[in-house]
Design a protein. Structure first.
Length: 550
């Protein structure tokens, strides 16, 4: 929006300048207020990109690519892959009964053959909350549990939507449509995200809600800054000082939305609690920065009472109520595991029904927590978090060997695999980009880099507390969107600033473009072992770059 007072549209009435004798004091005040608003918006770095058409075009382009890659041959593997053996069947019964039901011994063959109603009449003991299974079950309710498409469609759609969100979040965070599109492209073609999007497991669902919550807080940040700029401009136009208590924040619906989304994340896996804590701190720090930047003298106290304390109740309270509501199916059923523990085993036979339900749920959670912290059963593909960023030990979800003539095999030996290894270039360069963001955030004080790191702090670092547990590299999908944001940020540094000279921009564009082409080619090379394609065994060995990958 132009703020020059001497511009006029041909054929229209001339715009009166502040110096014009005919300009009224009210008009003069409005001009000054508009000028001050624009100044404060720039000072507070309010998001304002004008290339909206191009922004949506490139965001939807990478979304379309992601959707094709995630839906192509989604039902070709007709067996339950890895932990689909738990969550696909749980998703089916939770939609039918409100809670997960137990199954007879060795039920998979019948389920895969379409006999999906062999479950038993009692509830099953499960150690993860129900939201992710409701999501998986939604696809089965829509397309049928007797089809692999039904098992996987919900997660596949969330995976593609995650790519769209990363492109939009990157555009908003870095103030660049190009960098946002690069971030979306990186996520669209990466193997870990692709495999997790094509498999009926919980972790991609958790990643989706975490990313959506970050996006909601990012929108809240920019709207809050715009609100401060508007209020500051009005106060300046009135010729008075900023109030000692600061500008009132007003209603912040996107922060409420973030609390709900983080409650849903916790309702998928409890590890969402760490993200809730980190994002809560992040959003309050954003508010403090904005109030200080605006010029409020008591920005710390004002931010504490006007922003931080309300944020705690909105986000933590909203997340808690959402999490509790996610168990509504369990509350409503009489078959859920431990549903009536308080009456039958807890010694509260004559207690209030609502209180007994809450006591039973608390006992259930205590048992599940004990299971999680004590889980140390060895597994072939367990992996220390210390190696996750470099994809040292990815998880093999599916592997078959075939002889000549079997499943299209045209050589002596063939293999078909679904290996959750990420694109090595994305992960190895992404690890270096995390270091770049650390330097940029801590030394250059670049808040964009610190924001990209927030998801890694909340989604990755807490696993360092559980090195003794049986855990897997594919848990990395939760923080992967933030790793590609860090990598996109580093690519932005290579591209150079907009005001750089032409040769500098050209060199940066050629180098970045070459890296992106190489990354896409590597993804094409790994496509067969991400999707279970039958390939000659020799070619399978070509794709085992590290001895720890098979």
């Amino acid at each position: 929006m132009s703020t020059r007072a001497d511009l006029a549209v041909p054929g229209s009435d001339p715009v009166e300048t502040p110096e014009s004798p005919s300009a009224s004091p009210a008009a003069d005040g409005r001009v000054e207020e508009a000028l001050e608003r624009d100044r404060l918006r720039r000072r507070l770095r309010v998001f304002d990109l004008s290339d909206r058409v191009a922004g949506w075009f490139w965001s939807l382009a990478v979304f379309a690519l992601a959707l094709v890659l995630r839906l192509q041959g989604l039902g070709d593997i007709r067996t339950l892959v890895f932990d689909e053996t738990y969550y696909v069947k749980d998703g089916y019964t939770i939609w039918r009964h409100g809670a997960e039901m137990a199954w007879p011994d060795e039920p998979n063959a019948a389920f895969e053959a379409g006999r999906v109603d062999t479950y038993l009449s009692q509830g099953e003991y499960v150690v993860h909350p129900p939201v992710g299974k409701w999501v998986i079950g939604a696809g089965e309710a829509l397309l049928g549990a007797d089809s692999p498409w039904g098992w996987r469609i919900s997660v596949a759609l969330l995976g593609a939507l995650s790519v769209l969100m990363v492109a939009r979040i990157g555009r908003r965070l870095f103030r660049s449509t190009a960098i946002g599109a690069i971030a979306g492209l990186l996520l669209a073609v990466d193997g870990l995200h692709l495999v997790m999007s094509r498999t009926g497991l919980l972790d991609l669902v958790l990643s989706f809600f975490v990313l959506a919550a970050f996006g909601a807080l990012l929108i809240d940040r920019d709207r809050f800054r715009a609100h401060l700029a508007e209020g500051g401009a009005r106060i300046a136009a009135a010729g008075v000082a900023l109030p000692s208590l600061g500008i009132r924040a007003g209603l912040r619906p996107w922060r409420i939305t973030a609390g709900v989304l983080l409650g849903l994340a916790c309702g998928v896996k409890w590890s969402g609690l760490y993200v809730l804590a980190v994002f809560g701190i992040m959003t309050v720090l954003w508010d403090w920065w904005a109030r200080r930047r605006l010029g409020e003298r008591r920005w710390l106290e004002n931010g504490l009472f006007r922003d931080a304390i309300p944020a705690f109740f909105v986000m933590v309270g909203g997340a808690f109520l959402t999490y509790l509501a996610s168990w509504s199916g369990w509350f409503a059923t009489s078959d859920g595991f431990h549903r009536h523990w308080a009456e039958t085993e807890g010694g509260y036979a004559g207690g209030n029904g609502v209180l007994n339900a809450l006591r039973s749920l608390w006992h259930y959670h205590a048992e599940a927590y004990a299971f999680h912290v004590g889980l140390d059963t060895p597994h072939t593909y367990q992996a220390s978090p210390l190696g996750w960023l470099l994809q040292i030990r990815p998880t093999n979800f599916y592997y078959r060997q075939y002889d000549y003539g079997q499943m299209g095999c045209e050589v002596a030996k063939c293999a078909a695999q679904i290996n959750s290894v990420g694109n090595p270039l994305i992960w190895w360069l992404g690890t270096a980009a995390i270091l770049v963001c650390l330097v940029a955030g801590l030394v250059w004080r670049d808040g964009r880099a610190l924001a990209a790191l927030a998801g890694i702090v909340g989604g990755y670092l807490p696993w360092m507390l559980y090195l003794h547990r049986t855990i897997f590299t594919f848990y990395s999908v939760v923080y992967e969107p933030f790793l590609v944001l860090c990598l996109a940020y580093a690519f932005g540094l290579l591209l150079g600033p907009r005001h750089a000279d032409r040769d500098r921009r050209l060199a940066g564009t050629l180098f970045t473009g070459s890296l992106l082409v190489l990354i896409v080619l590597v993804s094409a090379f790994f496509w067969p072992i991400w999707t279970g394609q039958t390939i000659p065994l020799e070619q399978w060995h070509w794709r085992m770059w590290l001895p720890t990958w098979p």
